[in-house]
Design a protein around this ligand. Structure first.
Ligand SMILES: [Zn+2]
Length: 162
């Protein structure tokens, strides 16, 4: 047996201050929680009722109700934010297959964007240096009749594609 436990009485817990007993039932657990508090540092209910004025107890009860309402509001907001994040993640997962998290989906998207920018720069350079080869490659990949010429930056603006 450890130092912070003891063998309970067969009829349940007993308050050393007021003698009230709490059986080992669901209702007894709830009543004991109310009487003794949530953690051992709480003063038992019977002690607070004898040592604190009613005005203080009523004030504490009101503050506790207000804190409880604030907690419930924050909990509801957190649940709503979680649902929005889950929807966002689901849409990212649909857009980018195999991305288990929104962060990885964004990384995959950034990688795709980077490869697309590099491919556009390569195509622009190919258009400038070997336009016939580029046309042949486009027809081979996309089929005849699907050729759309690249819109190249003017010669003075080549830095845009590098
Ligand atoms: Zn008591």
């Amino acid at each position: 047996m450890s130092d912070d436990t003891y063998t309970p009485a067969p009829n349940g817990w007993c308050c050393f201050h007021c003698g009230e007993t709490f059986p080992f039932t669901r209702g007894g657990y709830r009543a004991a929680r109310v009487h003794f508090g949530v953690t051992p540092d709480w003063a038992p209910d019977c002690i607070e009722r004898r040592t604190k004025p009613d005005s203080i107890l009523l004030d504490e009860a009101r503050r506790a109700r207000i804190a409880s309402q604030q907690f419930l509001k924050e909990r509801d907001e957190a649940i709503q934010a979680e649902e929005i994040a889950a929807c966002t993640l689901a849409s990212w997962k649909r857009a980018i297959k195999g991305a288990p998290t929104e962060h990885e989906a964004r990384c995959a998207f950034d990688s795709m964007e980077g490869r697309a920018l590099a491919a556009e720069a390569v195509l622009a350079e190919l258009q400038r240096t070997a336009p016939d080869a580029l046309t042949a490659a486009r027809i081979a990949v996309a089929g005849p009749g699907t050729y759309y010429p690249l819109t190249l930056p003017s010669s003075g603006d080549r830095s845009a594609v590098q």
